[in-house]
Design a binder for this molecule. Sequence first.
Ligand code: PLP
Length: 387
Amino acid sequence: MKIPVCLDYSATTPVDPAVLQAMLPYFTEHFGNAASHTHQIGITASNAVENARISVACLINAEPNEIVFTAGATEADNIAILGIAEKYAAKGNHIITCVTEHKGVLAPCKYLQKKGFSVTLLPVDGQGMIDLEQLKDAISDKTILISLMAGNNEIGTLHPMAEIGKIARQHNIPFHTDATQAVGKSPIDVKAMNIDLLSLSGHKIYAPKGIGALYVRNEPAVTPKPIIHGGGHENGLRPGTLNTPGIIGLAKACEIYLETAPAERVRLKTLADRLYDGIKTNIPDVSLNGHPEKRMTHILNLRFDDLKAADLMKAMPELAISSGSACSSAENAASYVILAMGIPENIACGSIRYSLGRFTTQEHIDFAIKTTTNAVRSLRKQALTIE
Ligand SMILES: *Cc1c(COP(=O)(O)O)cnc(C)c1O
C-alpha cells in the first residue's frame, strides 16, 4: 500500500490510465489545430474534438453543440455568471446564489456586486440544504440568474436540481449549476432538471487539470456574452486554440462514467459506510457534517468537537485528507461551508473531509479507520494529561 493513502479525491483525481492512453496520440501524431480546416492534420484534430463533444454531452443528457470546452470549472463558472450578467444587465441586476458555493461562483458574484449588481446569498440549514421557499421569496422581476451548485465539494450535500430548475423555468430565469463534484457521481440530466448552464471540470473526474466544459442550453436559448475575446472558437464564448489532448481526455473520462457509474456508486457507498461505521464504532463523539441522505456518499465530512483538524491531520500524515476545501485548508480557519450550517467556530475547526474515489480499496478504508482511531485517541489522551 502506498503511503500516504489518498482520501482526497474531491480536491483532485489522478488521470485514469485509459484516459492517458486516449490522449497520448493527440500530443504528437495528431497534433493539429482543430481550427485548421485547410488540411488533413487539422481536420483530424477537429473530428476528434467533435466526437469528444458527443461523449461529454451524453453524460449530462445535453446536445453536442451545447458543450463549450474551457480550461476548467472556475473558468466555466465565470463565463456563465459574468456572461449572463452582462447579457441581461438591461433587464435586471439581481443574482441568486448560496453561501456554500465554491469560490469559482462566489468570487464572480462578489465582483458583480462591486459593479452594482445585487446578490442574494441563500442560507443553508444545519445539513447544508437550501430552502426552496426562501429561493422563491428571493426571486424578483430584476432576477437574471440563479446559480446553485449540484453537490457540495466539502460536505457532499446535493441540492434538489429538478425542483430548482422548475422554479427557475416558471419565472423564466436562467439556471446555472456548478456540477463539478456531482457529474458522474450523481445522475445529472440537464433536460429533465431544466438546467440552462452547467460547469464541470476534468480533474475531478480522472481527466487532467486545466480542462473543463460549460454546457449552454440551445432551446430555449441562453446566450451569455463572451467575457474573453479572440478568434471565434467555441461559438465565440471561449476563444483560443482548443486543448485537443485535454478535450480527448475529458471525453474518455465521461465515457468511463457512462459505462461504470451505477456500479461504482454502489461500491463507493459501501466503502464510505464502512469508513463511517468503523470510526463511529471505535471513537465516541463524532458527528457527520452534511445531509445524512441527500448527499454524495463518497464525501464523508466528520467533526470531532473537542479537536482541531490541523492537529488531527498532523497526527496522521499517512492519510491524505483535507479540512474543508483545498483553498481554505492552508489558511487554517474554519471552513465557511461548515460555519454556514450554523456550527460554532470553535467546534467547526474539528472537521475533516475524507473523499473516496476510483482507486480506493477496502484495504485503504481499513487503514484509514485504524489511523484515525489511533490519532483521535492519542490526541484526546494528551488533552486529558494537560488538563
Ligand atoms: C474543484 C471545483 C471547482 C474548480 O474547478 P477547476 O477546474 O479547478 O477550476 C469549482 N467548483 C467546484 C464545486 C469544485 O469542486
